[in-house]
Design a binder for this molecule. Structure first.
Ligand SMILES: NC(=O)c1ccc[n+]([C@@H]2O[C@H](COP(=O)([O-])OP(=O)(O)OC[C@H]3O[C@@H](n4cnc5c(N)ncnc54)[C@H](OP(=O)(O)O)[C@@H]3O)[C@@H](O)[C@H]2O)c1
Length: 335
């Protein structure tokens, strides 16, 4: 049995971490719920017991075996190394350490072996990247992927609880002809589509788009894969959708792709276009798998395939993946 802390336990991802730990019956003998001082004293239920939230500033990690961090990059940068130094293993959901060469970046269906070389911190990848690599890695193992062109349709919950409230309030405001004042997003998100997630960096890309390139290469262990991403925020509460074009080294046909994906760990194929069946954000909310449909060939390129990939960003894109990493640590005797 393990002593587990959830840091950011009152947030969109943290609350799901607590839920997923309970659902998967993770072997916990003591659970610590940690957040900012504003939430200290709040109570959150876990397995029929109310647990009091404590402030991170006063928290002592030396009695914790595994800490799941989900309180943003600046909090992780300051506290995760301290927690690791005091002997606890940190699974960090922020972008703080993902591209650090001394920190494994793990999706359990893709690179479980990478937990073995952790030095106290393991990074949980970006939500859009997780669902894409779960769907693509089984194909890459059979026929090397050379290039991916992806456009994302990302839910507002990917930006936290305040962003969820903003979509609710703005939708009501727009419907009642009130003025809209964007706070969490650069523009109105209700009834709108924003090709802008995170900050702009070099060459006209956003940081979110660069994460999809760099993290995919690190997780799949192939520095030659090209990823051209356009990350887009849409007025959806839960569930990121992705339109993915993939080019392989050799020819690939649709039935082979479907066969491989039907047998792949963590993937569900939903692909009956004639019956209007394909993955939808509203259907995948609350599920832990990655859903793939609309699998079709590129009519002008025998080496390329298109598909539609959808997953719950708060679960497989964040909380479930982090808990699966903790399970891997236990299974592989690394905690
Ligand atoms: N949402 C997603 O789909 C998703 C997916 C992948 C990764 N992530 C990453 O996960 C992290 C959290 O995201 P979220 O969506 O859960 O955000 P959120 O809903 O805004 O929650 C933030 C959490 O962090 C806590 N926190 C903030 N500042 C803190 C501080 N100084 N000390 C201690 N705790 C502090 C908050 O506590 P209080 O309630 O006390 O303020 C809250 O529990 C971010 O790094 C985000 O990039 C999110």
């Amino acid at each position: 049995m393990y002593k587990v802390a959830v840091v950011g336990a009152t947030g969109a991802v943290g609350m799901h971490m607590v839920k997923v730990l309970q659902e998967r019956n993770f072997p916990i003998d003591r659970l610590f719920l940690v957040a900012s001082e504003h939430s200290a004293g709040k109570r959150i239920a876990f397995k029929d017991e109310e647990h009091e939230v404590v402030a991170l500033r006063d928290f002592d990690f030396s009695s914790v075996d595994i800490a799941l961090f989900s309180a943003g990059s600046s909090v992780s940068k300051e506290y995760a190394p301290k927690a690791a130094e005091s002997g606890c293993i940190v699974v960090d959901n922020s972008s703080a350490f993902r591209m650090d060469d001394s920190v494994p970046l793990v999706v359990p269906e893709v690179n479980p072996q990478d937990v073995d070389w952790h030095k106290g911190i393991i990074a949980n990848p970006n939500c859009s990247t997780i669902q894409m690599v779960v769907a693509l890695n089984p194909l890459h193992r059979v026929n090397r992927i050379k290039k991916i062109v992806v456009s994302t349709y990302q839910a507002v919950s990917g930006k936290g609880l305040k962003a969820v409230e903003e979509l609710k309030n703005q939708s009501a405001d727009v419907l009642s002809d009130k003025d809209v004042v964007p706070e969490q997003f650069p523009h109105q998100i209700a009834f709108n589509v924003l090709p802008h997630i995170d900050v702009f960096v070099e060459d006209g890309y956003t940081k979110e788009e660069m994460k999809m390139l760099n993290e995919t290469r690190k997780i799949m262990g192939d520095s030659k894969i090209d990823v051209a991403a356009t990350a887009v925020r849409v007025p959806v509460f839960i569930g990121h959708s992705e339109s993915v074009w993939v080019k392989f080294e050799g020819e690939m046909n649709v039935s082979r792709v479907k066969d491989i994906l039907k047998g792949a760990d963590g993937v569900v194929v939903v692909d009956e276009p004639s019956a209007a069946e394909y993955p939808l954000a509203v259907d995948v909310a609350g599920r832990d798998e990655v859903f793939v449909g609309r699998i079709r060939r590129d009519l002008n390129d025998p080496l390329a395939i298109l598909m539609w990939v959808v997953a719950d960003n708060l679960r497989k894109g964040a909380a479930t993946n982090a808990v699966q990493i903790a399970e891997l640590l236990v299974k592989r005797g690394k905690v």
